[in-house]
Design a protein around this ligand. Structure first.
Ligand code: MN
Length: 299
């Protein structure tokens, strides 16, 4: 089952099941201030196959909808810093996830498929990082790696847009619009096993990333288990698994496409409208890969 969070032509938010090029809206009464997706997760305990019973007769053309982030309002976005060896090498990083742990991105940085990434500064480097993300289906604390996939409501695609430099990761990766998420969630029964997924990223048509998710240093189960040992995971939380080699600079007018076979294809565009000089001084510090190994756009 593929489930989308959307706004219809009147701007009314909802959640629905994808049915070819149509969407079947789900009848849900979401409490005020809670997205329909989180209401659906609460209603089903994260077992989204039960959403089938909430499908009515109505259908909306997918093309008529604006897609929201798969979860518009997670309590947190947990992300893996260096979780592929080839990305560790391109970054010349001494440490990987087993030394670094996880970090958080601000939920306010989310945008949906078809959205626009807004680069905030004129004088800093910004990169794309294509990633597999999971949506947590129910509250989880101290889960075992062997049982961790039981808390996964579904898989989706995430772009971890990143400013290179020495500021804290939570700053460099949390600017508004820096977390495209979508286009939809695929339930585990319909998705390939993560170890069988292939991830590819194109920037303005150039293939930059082409990786097997099987190459994760910490696989999905171990990552969820670890994250749940640090913080209680809530229904709707997003856990992003990290990016493989092939990160590179993005600039105004680029489009970024990340596709995971069997999950979905996420597309966003990039603008620098309104960008200003950066007020912090991290440009010369932190993990920045040499231009010789990654594409750099000259402004
Ligand atoms: Mn990342």
């Amino acid at each position: 089952m593929r489930i989308v969070s959307y706004r219809d032509e009147q701007g009314t938010p909802g959640v629905g099941v994808l049915d070819g090029d149509q969407v079947a809206p789900l009848a849900l009464a979401a409490p005020a201030g809670v997205s329909a997706m989180r209401a659906l997760l609460a209603r089903t305990g994260g077992r989204l196959a039960e959403a089938e019973g909430l499908v009515g007769d109505g259908r909306l053309p997918l093309a008529s909808l604006t897609l929201d982030p798969v979860v518009p309002d997670p309590s947190k976005i947990v992300a893996a810093p260096v979780n592929y060896r080839d990305h560790q090498e391109e970054m010349r990083e001494a440490a990987a996830i087993d030394a670094l742990g996880v970090f958080l991105k601000a939920p306010s940085s989310l945008i949906g498929d078809g959205g626009t990434v807004r680069l905030p500064y004129t004088d800093r480097r910004f990169d794309q990082e294509g990633e597999l993300a999971v949506v947590v289906g129910r509250r989880a604390r101290h889960v075992d790696a062997d049982d961790a996939l039981d808390v996964v409501a579904g898989y989706t695609v995430l772009v971890d847009v990143t400013m290179r430099g020495g500021e804290d990761r939570s700053t460099r990766k949390s600017f508004d619009t820096f977390t495209p998420l979508g286009p939809w969630l695929v339930t585990p029964d319909e998705a390939p096993a993560p170890a069988d997924m292939r991830l590819r990223t194109w920037v303005s048509g150039d293939l930059r990333q082409d990786a097997d998710v099987a190459d994760l240093i910490w696989d999905v189960g171990r990552l969820i288990a670890y994250a749940s040992s640090v913080m209680t995971l809530e229904a709707g939380d997003v856990v992003s698994t990290g990016t493989p080699a092939g990160i590179g600079e993005i600039a105004a007018d680029d489009d970024v496409v990340v596709a995971i076979d069997g999950v979905g294809r996420l597309t966003v565009t990039v603008t620098a409208a309104g960008a200003v000089p950066c007020p912090t001084r991290g440009a010369g510090r932190g993990p920045t890969p040499p231009a010789s190994v990654t594409p750099v756009r000259r402004r």
